[in-house]
Design a protein around this ligand. Structure first.
Ligand SMILES: C[S@@+](CC[C@H](N)C(=O)[O-])C[C@H]1O[C@@H](n2cnc3c(N)ncnc32)[C@H](O)[C@@H]1O
Length: 283
């Protein structure tokens, strides 16, 4: 049976909106009836679809930060999941893939998460967490979002190779998500908030798209307790456009974005944290 790409699913596209003006999007089809672009019905912005990836930032130039230049490099992307990610993580913490998976298992148990309708994997990279969340939640729609086209292409190649056909791939900027408000039931953003130029704005966007009771999970770089290491972190931040979070500032950013129940586990320079978007009646 041929599985239709998610870009041809009206219900998946209905979750999206124009990142420029928030307007509704209409699919423009090619002669075979497959979507080749999305068009904003309000501001007329045009978003091309290449290789089943909707490009919401067609004019983005990756030249701005050193860290993002790495994330766009085909050499890094090719060995990202097997080598680069574990090696880079080990520079800052003893947390390994296995610890992350155990922490995510515990989070599911704590919140009784089994089936979930709409999942967002923000800064999905090559898709390790997108695939895990499909296994965990069998969502109707999993939105895999990332700024790097090479990462998204590799994500698609690996995921399709492993039999995961049912994802909606979007190239998007975390600071202006092309997703309607209050439609996502589970949000994940691992290994990425510290790379964003304005993390508080990205957290605000996560809060905007989160539906009531949605659970957010993140893995981030955070400030070390030792003053010497703090100074080294400050120098690295300058060099590589990299942010080390302070716990209390992070908690405030989450609260400003409408999240509650902040819980975290820190080992050296890495922290995994969760937060919940409360229902209106909990406020
Ligand atoms: C270190 S990787 C993390 C990938 C994956 N989540 C993981 O934990 O292995 C960081 C990802 O963030 C993406 N990224 C960086 N800035 C972004 C932005 N402004 N909006 C969306 N994604 C961004 C990069 O392209 C990269 O794929």
């Amino acid at each position: 049976m041929k599985i239709e790409p998610m870009i041809n699913s009206d219900s998946a596209i209905a979750l999206l909106c124009c990142p420029t003006c928030g307007g509704d999007l209409r699919a423009l089809n090619d002669s075979s009836g497959s979507a080749e672009a999305l068009h904003c019905t309000s501001c007329q912005s045009h978003y091309p679809i290449n290789d089943n990836i909707i490009d919401f930032v067609p004019d983005f130039q990756p030249s701005e930060g050193l860290a993002q230049r790495f994330m766009e490099s085909p050499l890094v992307v090719d060995v990202y999941e097997s080598f680069f990610r574990p090696a880079f993580t080990s520079l800052g913490s003893t947390i390994k893939y296995q610890d992350e998976d155990q922490w995510l298992d515990a989070l599911d148990n704590q919140h009784g998460l089994t089936q979930v309708d709409v999942v967002l994997d923000l800064a999905a990279g090559t898709g390790r967490y997108s695939r895990k969340m499909i296994d965990r939640y069998q969502p109707k729609t999993l939105i895999a979002a990332d700024l790097s086209m090479p990462m998204l292409k590799k994500h698609q190649e690996i995921s399709k190779g492993l039999g995961y056909d049912e994802m909606l791939y979007i190239r998007a900027d975390a600071h202006h998500l092309p997703i309607k408000s209050a439609v996502v039931n589970r949000l994940n953003c691992f290994g990425a908030l510290h790379l964003f130029p304005a993390p508080a704005q990205a957290i605000k966007e996560l809060g905007r798209v989160a539906a009531d009771t949605a659970v957010l999970s993140c893995l981030i770089a955070c400030e070390h307790q030792s003053p010497i290491k703090k100074r080294l972190q400050a120098a690295f931040s300058q060099l590589a456009s990299f942010h080390f979070f302070q716990r209390d500032v992070l908690q405030e950013d989450l609260e400003n974005a409408g999240f509650k129940q902040f819980e975290n586990m820190q080992k050296q320079m890495l922290m995994m944290f969760s937060a919940v978007k409360p229902t209106n009646s909990d406020n």
